[in-house]
Design a binder for this molecule. Sequence first.
Ligand code: FAS
Ligand code: PHB
Length: 390
Amino acid sequence: MRTQVVIIGSGPSGLLLGQLLSQQGIETVILDRVSKDYILSRVRAGVLEEGTVQLMEKVGAAKRLHQEGLPHNGFSLTFDGRDHRIDLVDLTSGKRVMVYGQTEVTHDLMDAREAAGLVTIYDAADVEPHEFEGSGPYVTYRKDGINHRIDCDFIAGCDGFHGVSRKSVADGAIKEFEKIYPFGWLGILADVPPVNHELIYANHPRGFALCSMRSHTRSRYYVQCSLEDRLEDWSDQRFWDEIRRRLPDSHAESMVIGPSFEKSIAPLRSFVSEPMRFGRLFLAGDAAHIVPPTGAKGLNLAASDVHYLSEALIEFYRDRSDAGIDFYSQKALSRVWKAVRFSWWMTTMMHRFTDTGDFGQRIQEAELDYLVQSRAASTALAENYVGLPY
Ligand code: FAS
Ligand code: PHB
């Protein structure tokens, strides 16, 4: 088989890239090592920047997003028993975010790809990129016991943090930056109405908590937990008791609780690999970088990466110019590092760190107190949260 661009990974990065390229007549094949159902069973991000929404609109996959998504004009920061609203629309002269689950984004992009009759090969085992430093790259994989090869012009590594693409790069050709946080997030989904009409990010001496949602009847909640914690340590009752301890009384008393139907623990890390281009192999999304979900940047960075990559590849095929693909890594990393910084800053401000103890708690509360009283500081938070320009 031959195609123009092989995309490894059928997550948001790969699917969105596939749609952006196919709109311009560029042929793609997407390979994923798991099934479509498995991908759709994963519960991940929940907040979309306007840039991400606009890309979904551009590829014609935003109909359900606008029908079911929840536009949010602000969010709350709670600390020291108080609740402060960050008015995104006011602070950013009209920008806001859209609450719409990553699962739904992925589903909508899969539907769009199928409607366009484009090829996605699921359950592809042992996917491997080859000869991408030369002019004749190809990808091999195995399916139903048969070995396959796809020759192509370019390979897009959209295969996430644990994917094969980044790991296929020669050791000396890549520099990695990493920070591991000494805690995780325990998240649940429950069919109970959200405690608030907007998100609540809670700083508390017992630890961070986040009150999010997927709809007016489905809540998505998180509490900071120990990396030693296991799911069996956390009954629903323990979760509900703990999250309410970390919220101001007004929210704790009004929270509707009920049985969770999804519960998971995710470790937190900041990670960036440089560069994001290796000959004819390009990395995009979690394959190149990871952020702690505190700033709701992971999925949205994947979107801006594939915006830049699609523009570069379209320019190559349209103008036979290498300018865009030569500049892709530098352009993407400039926005990546700003989002990595913001996610690190928000994580550091909102979570309990045992090594800084009560002093650290007071410093965080002082920073939060300054932030909510300073329009300049709140504006900086809001500008980053809605997403910096592409
Ligand atoms: P993905 O990891 O989504 O997709 C990669 C795809 O590549 C997968 O389908 C995988 O099966 C496939 N793949 C991997 N290796 C392969 C191989 N060798 N061969 C073929 N295919 C391969 N972001 C937020 O903004 N907010 C959040 O709350 C949030 N929560 C998260 C919770 C968890 C547990 C995780 C892991 C991430 C979370 N994220 C969150 C970040 C997440 O949303 C990512 O940013 C987003 O999934 C990035 O999309 P992709 O780059 O497409 O990577
Ligand atoms: C979510 O709804 O899953 C979510 C929202 C905002 C975040 C992280 C996760 O910062």
